[in-house]
Design a protein around this ligand. Structure first.
Ligand SMILES: Cc1ncc(C[n+]2csc(CCOP(=O)(O)OP(=O)(O)O)c2C)c(N)n1
Ligand SMILES: [Mg+2]
Length: 681
């Protein structure tokens, strides 16, 4: 679709001022928020949203809409004003309720709360990385589904970002990769206002941003006056033209702006970044702009000019026409495209899974769970073309590659990406891929480095996106690489992230079940925590998969057990060894495997109580920080774990020297049993 004709300059200015005043008035009403950035980016917003963005306010989920990411999420009122003005289901009452309980205008944009918001932003730098993921998803889907004369995947990803996003390290990770991958349909507009919270940025941000992005392989349009709508328009037109000619380079348009533009006394200062202007300055701003409308009122001609409902419906209808022609010619691909964008798994997945569980349960030999994960992928990936794998430069260690994977490259589509050593970037890019739709992204690194990715994992959870993290080398069990690489606190701390399911499987069958649950889960991310070292098969019957799916189950039992031993992953074998040793002494115990505590916690009380009877004392064993397990063993229970950093030595030596052994578990049970006997006496 060609760009829309620009409005007459006087109207264009009033359209921008409408954004300014809605932002000013909403922040004033809330006595909270960030007016400066919306005021400074108002012209950029008018140009992009009115003249270029292809979207349909009546259908925020149209598959081929352009994506828009407000990476400087504190400018949320800018986005809410745009959504309201163009005709999304965001009435003026919602703007009046900015930042109030239950409003659809939260402090920072949240996907799923406000129609038209594509990703949750606010943690600076992650929005631009999400956008890289969206642009990558678009490029991959276009390569997979478009046919000669049938371009059904054909949209842009636009981003607004500020100084803060560019100072954040993740912008380097993501933008460097975008240059390498030649994501030419990614067009970012930089709000270059020279101000961040502490004041003028000369004291802390003096990068040559244009040169930096040119070095990444981006097309840079430098020195644009961000308040000159014609100049911004020309830059966006050129960027779009270049993308369509297949130039390959993403574009950064550097727009010189004045923060708080329009406010006579506060424009250009950090005072306007994150505080209401105050009644006097609001009045002065109205006067300076010549804006006569009352708060939250938009003059009719301005409202009409902004209304994008008709043009949006026409744009989507035209695309639907193309799509129906595509369906007639390529019915199978059309159905597959719709399935992929809807996020439904193919019927073959559920149909084949039971046989695959049998197959894996029958594999007797010891296996590292990272290897079991690769074997699971070998079985599942052929059923799931939506799987898009990768690793932050540890493919051979994470074993995230599966048979027949195809590496995506500069210009080559594929289903696997070497993200380079960019854990945070990978995690935020995966969020963008998932948000775009069409793929289930997964990516690997060592568990100890999950901290690098952590806020993006948190964002996936907050946004409830289906993203799968593969974290291998999960404990001191990795051995000689030492304490820098041995996770201790990561496992419990990941479990504290709401909505994140953390799986730590113990053998091949548990690993396949963990993968299946992560893939089936539509409403949140999962982390698979996997061993480097070989582990014995413990669950030899596919029938156990049902209990695994519930996050926890009884693996070994006895008549009238006097204690429960709870374990995960590589320590489950220690629990079983202790159970057997104790049985020989006449001490009856039950062994419970808890591969995913959050899934277990979601089970009905009677199931949880049946697995972990509240009356029985409990011992937990896990080669990680012990505190988390208090939740299951209580104050009187025992935890065999590691409340210190590991060390560089062979794994067996470390387990022995840190006392994470079957003997220690058995001893803990004996102590509990003795205590119980004393109390009973
Ligand atoms: C990761 C992260 N760190 C810190 C903040 C807090 N913060 C919000 S805006 C901002 C300054 C951003 O400067 P800039 O992008 O230039 O915004 P402007 O003041 O120009 O609107 C900071 C530090 C944040 N939102 N995210
Ligand atoms: Mg700034």
């Amino acid at each position: 679709m060609p760009a829309a004709a620009p409005p007459a300059p006087a109207l264009a200015r009033r359209m921008a001022d409408a954004i300014r005043m809605l932002a000013v008035d909403a922040v004033e009403q809330a006595r909270s928020g960030h007016p400066g950035a919306p005021m400074g980016m108002a012209e950029m917003a008018e140009v992009l949203w009115h003249r270029h963005l292809r979207h349909n306010p009546a259908n925020p989920h149209w598959a081929n809409r352009d994506r828009f990411v407000l990476s400087n999420g504190h400018a949320s009122m800018l986005l809410y004003a745009l959504l309201h003005l163009t005709g999304y289901d965001l009435p003026i009452a919602e703007l009046k309720n900015f930042r109030q309980p239950h409003s659809r205008t939260p402090g920072h944009p949240e996907v799923g709360v406000t129609p038209g918001v594509e990703t949750t932003t606010g943690p600076l730098g992650q929005g631009i990385a999400n956008a890289v993921g969206m642009a990558l998803a678009e490029k991959l889907l276009a390569a997979e589904f478009n046919r000669d004369g049938h371009t059904i995947v054909d949209h842009h990803t636009y981003v607004f970002l500020g100084d803060g996003c560019l100072m954040e390290g993740i912008s380097h990770e993501a933008c460097a990769l975008a240059g390498t991958l030649r994501l030419s349909r990614l067009i970012a507009l930089y709000d270059d206002n020279g101000i961040s919270i502490d004041g003028p940025v000369q004291g802390w941000f003096t990068d040559d941003t244009a040169a930096r992005f040119a070095a990444y392989g981006w097309n840079v349009v430098a020195g644009v006056d961000g308040h000159d709508a014609q100049a911004v328009d020309a830059a966006v037109r050129a960027a779009r033209g270049q993308a369509l000619r297949g130039d390959g380079r993403p574009t950064l348009i550097c727009c010189r702006t004045v923060i708080g533009k329009g406010s006579p006394r506060k424009a250009g200062t950090h005072e306007v970044h994150g505080a209401a202007l105050g009644a006097a300055e609001v009045a002065a701003t109205r006067a300076a702009l010549g804006w006569e409308a009352a708060p939250f009122e938009v003059p009719r001609d301005v409202a009409d000019a902004w209304d994008a409902r008709q043009s949006g419906a026409a744009a989507e209808a035209a695309w639907r026409g193309h799509f129906e022609a595509y369906r007639r010619r390529y019915p199978a691909q059309a159905a597959e495209f719709e399935r992929r964008m809807a996020g439904d798994l193919p019927g073959a997945f559920a149909a084949r899974l039971p046989a695959l569980l049998e197959q894996v349960a029958a594999r007797a030999g010891p296996v590292a769970t990272r290897k079991a994960s690769q074997q699971a992928l070998d079985l599942l990936a052929p059923l799931l073309p939506e799987c898009f794998g990768g690793s932050a430069d540890l493919t051979g260690s994470n074993l995230t590659h599966f048979e027949g994977h195809v590496k995506a490259g500069r210009d080559a589509p594929g289903n696997y990406l070497s993200y380079g050593v960019r854990e945070f970037g990978m995690a935020a890019i995966m969020n963008g891929i998932a948000l775009h739709g069409g793929f289930i992204p997964y990516g690997g690194t060592f568990l100890a480095f999950s901290d690098y990715s952590r806020n993006a994992i948190r964002m996936a959870a907050l946004m409830r996106q289906r993203v799968i993290h593969v974290f291998t080398h999960d404990s001191i069990g990795l051995g000689e690489d030492g304490p820098t690489h041995q996770a201790v606190e990561q496992l419990p701390s990941l479990r504290l992230i709401p909505e994140l399911d953390v799986w730590r499987p113990a053998d091949g069958l548990e690993t396949l079940v963990a993968w299946a649950c992560a893939l089936e889960r539509r409403d949140g991310p999962s982390a698979l925590v996997l061993s480097r070292q070989n582990l014995p098969r413990l669950a030899a019957h596919a029938a156990l998969a049902g209990g695994m799916r519930r996050g926890g189950y009884v693996l070994a039992d006895a008549a009238a057990p006097c204690a429960v031993i709870v374990a995960t992953g590589s320590e489950l074998m220690l629990a079983l060894q202790a159970h057997e040793a104790l049985a020989r002494e006449g001490i009856a115990t039950r062994v419970v495997s808890l591969p995913c505590t959050s899934v277990f916690d979601r089970q009905p009380q009677d199931y949880r109580d049946a697995v972990l009877p509240p009356a029985l004392p409990a011992v937990a064993v896990e080669a990680a920080h012990p505190d988390f397990w208090r939740k299951y063993v209580g104050r009187d229970g025992r935890v065999v774990g590691l409340a210190r950093f590991g060390a560089s030595a062979p794994a067996e030596a470390l387990y022995a020297s840190f006392g994470i052994t079957a003997q220690a578990v058995a001893q803990a049970v004996r102590a509990l049993a003795a205590q119980g006997a004393r109390e009973a006496a």
